[in-house]
Design a binder for this molecule. Structure first.
Ligand code: BGC
Length: 764
């Protein structure tokens, strides 16, 4: 018996030891392989590995004319991105392997951000599930589909923490919290890369945008950022590091500057921090034309060569679209650019290809038979539907008007009720909208055979102003209705009058968030707002199914409508998932990962309020305290908030000790009970508030969470271990993770506002 336990104890250690040894052997083999290959390469061929032109029909920046095929033959291309389809990719790979001198295979990348053809919720929505297994699974499925279509490298996860709802790209990240963001970053990397990159169903992750892109000043896209290091490390850097620690194979440099130097050419960032401090072993790619944009920042002369030299020297390995590194041969020969830096970058690119298995089989991601069985298969769609249901946040449900019963007459109204292309949300470049359902179809299917009647009217365009609407629907995902405001409205009022309940599918169109979609008006667009006012006058129950890629201001809606579901953009299966939640086949469990403001002027805005002088705890105007004269400091809906169709009670919260030595451990226990009559999932949240530290800490910061499903009447005890790892911070002097002695508030609750607190005394 004793021997059995001994084996059980040492088996994991032995396994870890073996794994390490295997890795070391693989690394050594890779080195030998790459050494041999590099010994045969000309300078031009080495530089060619650093070149990433765009191809295909998906262009996110300025389109480029280039004869890519000829460049590939000449060994001037290291990879391509946004080419879709195993057939097409096989053909391009064939040119590289059979028609270039050394036959080095290409990398094929794409923005596979939240799924492929099976589209998952936009990352902001996905994060609201707080379900790490589901998030990992979504990335795994994305990898399975993308690799079945020839792609082996994704420009994801995007882990930029953001406190500003004006920034359209807040939709692409995991919200405002670095702790949650880090857990999600790890889950995404695990999902994409799996156990081994050599598995043809996994792909290489690329963490972006390194670093601090979520801080763009005034929420304006591509703008500069001005962090101080203390806040950068405590509030924003952790998710990038978490992704690197999880083994992400590549990192994308951000467009913005840090310390006054563009990230693409920032040596402190790419070499000192990322490689030397964090031990990153993969390669760094620029963002779209990031290299040549050094000139726009005015940090080098107008010569692209100078920008390229600075970037290479700073630690950039691959240049997306600028074609700057590939042209450095003269500079190297003339001694203006270091050959050592070229070799280092080329080595990293070849190593990435080696790790992906491309040297074993350049066509390993080009199995053209897989598409039909893997991509958008029923199994993937079913999982996407489930995850979509978990990502929606029930903000309000007065008198329990939700879930709706499948009977009577339901009026479905709104410009987002009958649109297919809008469902997947921003950054779904591989989406096939014609294969997705509209909300109308989703509801119709859910009601089939029940005898309930579904009436539909568009009711309004997105906005009154056609020009403004055109900007918000630039890629043509939404067609403007030529009818007059009055005609559309009267049609909607007419069906509303016949209905028992009104479901309003309204909000932002999908292109109103995402890249270059910064906005200062983040309220319900005017035409839809006015329509809602008219509908509310009928006195019938209204459920708002709200679409958004960012936190929005929902003051009027909260005051006047009984039920609101924040549905974000939940991907290809949105329509069915919305029906699932509306009719109660799924009990909503999502919780906000960004708080919703009362006014756009509150931005930048986060629940992570730093301890400040002249605090205003009530949040209302109070002279000589920190506040506004015309709006509360409080959010409309706090971080971590979300309702369920059941209720949960928290009890028996205690710490195993009220005193903890600096190197000790204490447990926080709490019991959660489902006190309602339906099964449901609750997200239990642990916050700390470090009362005294050398550097200013927030009043509350998330340091743990657990998602659990409880049957009616069921209770479960949750235990969080508190120690220096969980409660530390980057102290201001050396930015080292530290726990200092002093009082720490330990708070547990269902959201960041409604918590219970116990004091823990950390002793020297
Ligand atoms: C975006 C990146 C994206 C790249 C390639 C850029 O404009 O900032 O997030 O990965 O385009 O499409």
């Amino acid at each position: 018996m004793k021997r059995f336990w001994l084996i059980l104890l040492i088996a994991p250690m032995l396994l870890a030891g073996c794994r390490k040894q295997n890795e070391a052997t693989e690394d050594a083999q890779m080195r030998v392989y790459v050494d041999k290959l590099m010994a045969q390469m000309t300078l031009e061929e080495k530089l060619g590995q650093l070149n990433l032109p765009v191809t295909g029909n998906i262009v996110t920046g300025a389109a480029r004319e280039s004869n890519v095929a000829e460049d590939i033959r000449q060994g001037k291309v290291g990879g391509l991105f946004n080419l879709k389809g195993a057939d097409a990719i096989r053909e391009v790979q064939r040119i590289a392997v059979e028609e270039s001198r050394l036959g080095i295979p290409l990398l094929f990348g794409m923005d596979v951000i939240h799924g492929y053809e099976t589209v998952f919720p936009i990352p902001l929505g996905l994060s609201c599930s707080w379900d790490m297994q589901a998030i990992e699974r979504s990335a795994q499925i994305a990898a399975r589909e993308a690799t079945a279509d020839g792609i082996c490298w994704t420009f994801s996860p995007m882990v930029d923490v953001c406190h500003d709802g004006r920034w359209g790209r807040i939709s692409e990240g995991s919200g405002e919290d670095p702790y949650l963001g880090s857990r999600i970053a790890e889950a995404m990397v695990r999902g994409y890369q799996g156990e081994s990159l050599k598995d043809s169903a996994t792909m290489m992750a690329c963490v972006k945008h390194f670093a601090l892109y979520g801080l763009v000043e005034a929420g304006r896209e591509y703008n500069n950022v001005y962090p101080d290091d203390f806040h950068a490390f405590n509030e924003y850097m952790q998710p990038y590091q978490a992704a690197v620690d999880a083994g992400a194979g590549s990192v994308m440099a951000a467009f913005n500057t840090i310390h006054g130097i563009p990230c693409t050419g920032n040596k402190w960032l790419l070499n000192d921090l990322l490689r030397d401090q964090w031990g990153f072993k993969g390669f760094v790619v620029s963002d779209y034309c990031g290299l040549e944009q050094l000139r726009d920042h005015g940090v080098c002369s107008p010569s692209k060569e100078e920008a390229a030299i600075q970037c290479l020297d700073a630690g950039l390995d691959m240049d997306m679209v600028s074609a700057g590194l590939v042209e450095l041969a003269d500079a190297v020969r003339a001694g203006r650019c270091s050959m050592k830096a070229v070799d280092a970058a080329c080595r990293r690119m070849l190593e990435a290809k080696y790790k992906l298995g491309l040297f074993d089989d350049p066509y390993m991601y080009c199995d053209t038979t897989l598409r039909n069985t893997v991509i958008l298969c029923p199994e993937h769609r079913a999982e996407a539907r489930k995850i979509a249901g978990e990502s929606m946040v029930l903000l309000k449900n007065d008198r329990n008007i939700l879930p709706l019963q499948k009977k009577g007459t339901i009026a479905l109204i709104g410009p987002l009720a009958n649109t297919r292309p809008n469902m997947s949300g921003t950054w779904a470049v591989a989406a096939v909208p014609w294969r997705y359902k509209t909300v109308r179809e989703g509801l119709q299917d859910a009601l089939a055979g029940t005898g309930a009647r579904l009436l539909y009217a568009k009711g309004s365009n997105l906005m009154y102003d056609a020009g403004a609407e055109a900007i918000g629907t630039m890629f043509g995902r939404e067609m403007r209705d030529p009818r007059s405001v009055e005609a559309m409205r009267s049609e909607a009022m007419n069906i509303a009058r016949q209905a028992d309940v009104i479901v309003a599918a309204m909000g932002e169109a999908s292109e109103m968030s995402g890249e270059c979609s910064s906005r200062v008006n983040i309220e319900m667009p005017d035409a839809q707002h006015d329509l809602l006012i008219e509908l509310a006058k009928l006195g019938k129950p209204i459920v708002l199914v709200h679409f958004a890629g960012r936190p929005t201001v929902l003051n009027w809606e909260t005051e006047n409508l009984p039920a609101i579901i924040e549905s974000w953009f939940c991907g290809s299966e949105s329509a069915d998932a919305i029906a699932d939640v509306l009719f109660g086949d799924v009990n909503p469990s999502g919780k906000l990962t960004v708080q919703l403001p009362r006014h756009v002027g509150q931005y930048p805005f986060s629940y992570r309020q730093m301890r400040t002088s002249r605090l205003n705890p009530g949040g209302e105007f109070n002279k000589f305290t920190t506040c506004y004269a015309d709006v509360s400091n409080k959010p409309l809906y706090p971080f971590g908030y979300g309702l369920s169709y059941t209720q949960f009670a928290y009890s028996n919260f205690y710490l195993t000790d009220s005193i903890m030595p600096l190197d000790g451990k204490v447990e926080a226990h709490v019991t959660v009970t489902n006190t309602g009559s339906r099964a449901g999932a609750e997200i239990v949240q642990l916050y700390i508030g470090d009362r005294v530290a050398k550097g200013v800490r927030p009043y509350k910061e998330l340091r743990g969470f657990e998602r659990l499903t409880l049957q009616p009447g069921e209770s479960r005890e949750i235990v969080f271990t508190l120690d220096a790892d969980r409660m530390g911070y980057y102290e201001p002097a050396d930015l080292k993770w530290t726990l200092e002695a002093g009082e720490i508030e330990v708070m547990i609750g269902a959201n960041s506002r409604d918590t219970q607190m116990l004091l823990l005394n950390v002793k020297q």
